[in-house]
Design a protein around this ligand. Structure first.
Ligand code: NAD
Length: 292
């Protein structure tokens, strides 16, 4: 059995996968390598589209190590009789912790403080921050990650409001509509999938409803936020700050990198040792079931 891993993975996850067969790891020529692969494993970088699949002769399974299948053309897989699987819950805690970390990082200007220290400057006066306790966190999408974040933030003394029409009456927070969430929240954190309905959910109109001192956190998908609208809101001080882990185009090198009041990370939400081990284990379980 040939297993092609197209995107880099932690060695713990790779060694779990090696238990199933011969592993080809991040080849230079993906189209050549996919020819005789039985299983293709991807994270979020590789685009599994009809063109790539046209080079595969034996492929039976496409496995997405992580959540979100927006880089996998499920229809094209279906047409070729290729099964698509993923590990939806394995990285939830890692992403929830990153979202929380970003809230702290923006509020206490941790990245700016670190940057200034490494330039050997002492800018204490510019680094006065705000606290999370007693603030309102608006969670857009109360699924696996949103719910984990709600629990953690509640423990910190935050009040939770959420918008998720498909998860009514949760005890994790108070359900409100999106307009009210934008207006009530000191922190807005996005945890919905990218769909035609959610694309640019955070647009100029939504941003206009945010509080002046509010902070936007996006660890879900880049396409959820209108980049230009966010840039203007941060530049003009309409909102206090933002933190992003995901971008419409990755790797991202756009103009948000120029701003001081935003914390940017390169899509590392699921990149913890623990999450990668869970992903490896969950993948193995699912692959074993499929291969029975
Ligand atoms: P999930 O499916 O468990 O939860 C998503 C929630 O969003 C569901 O409760 C659903 O009802 C809700 N929802 C869907 N459409 C909505 C809409 N239009 N308005 C409001 N709510 C809506 O997903 P999850 O596992 O919690 O993942 C959430 C997001 O995080 C996904 O976009 C996923 O791709 C992303 N993610 C990012 C990383 C990373 O590395 N940064 C890692 C894992 C997941």
């Amino acid at each position: 059995m040939k297993i092609l891993i197209a995107d880099s993975m932690e060695k713990e996850a790779v060694s779990e996968i090696q238990k199933l067969g011969e592993v080809i790891l991040v080849p230079n020529d993906l189209k050549a390598a996919i020819k005789d692969a039985d299983i293709l494993i991807v994270r979020s970088a590789t685009q599994v589209n009809a063109e790539l699949l046209s080079h595969a002769h034996r492929l039976k399974i496409v496995a997405r190590a992580g959540v979100g299948l927006d880089n996998v053309d499920k229809e094209a897989c279906e047409k070729r009789g290729i099964k698509v699987i993923s590990t939806p819950g394995a990285s939830s805690n890692a992403v929830a912790e990153l979202a929380l970390g970003m809230m702290f990082a923006v509020s206490r200007k941790i990245a700016k403080a670190d940057f200034s220290m490494k330039k050997k400057t002492w800018i204490k006066k510019e680094l006065s921050g705000t606290e999370l306790e007693g603030k309102t966190l608006g969670i857009v999408g109360l699924g696996r990650i949103g719910a984990m974040l709600a629990l953690k933030a509640t423990a910190l003394g935050m009040e939770i409001v959420y918008y998720d029409p498909r998860t009514p009456n949760s005890t994790l927070g108070r359900q409100v509509n999106l307009n009210d969430l934008m207006a009530l929240s000191d922190y807005v954190s996005l945890h919905v999938p990218l769909t035609p309905e959610t694309r640019e959910l955070i647009n100029p109109a939504a941003i206009a409803k945010m509080r002046k001192g509010a902070v936007l956190i996006n660890t879900a998908r880049g396409g959820l936020v209108d980049e230009e609208a966010l840039y203007l809101a941060l530049k003009e001080g309409k909102i206090a700050g933002a933190a992003l882990d995901v971008y419409p185009q990755e790797p991202y090198t756009g103009k948000l990198c120029e701003l001081d009041n935003i914390v940017l990370t390169p899509h590392i939400g699921g990149s913890t040792k623990e999450a990668q081990i869970r992903i490896g284990k969950e993948l193995i379980e699912q692959l074993k079931k499929e291969l029975k």
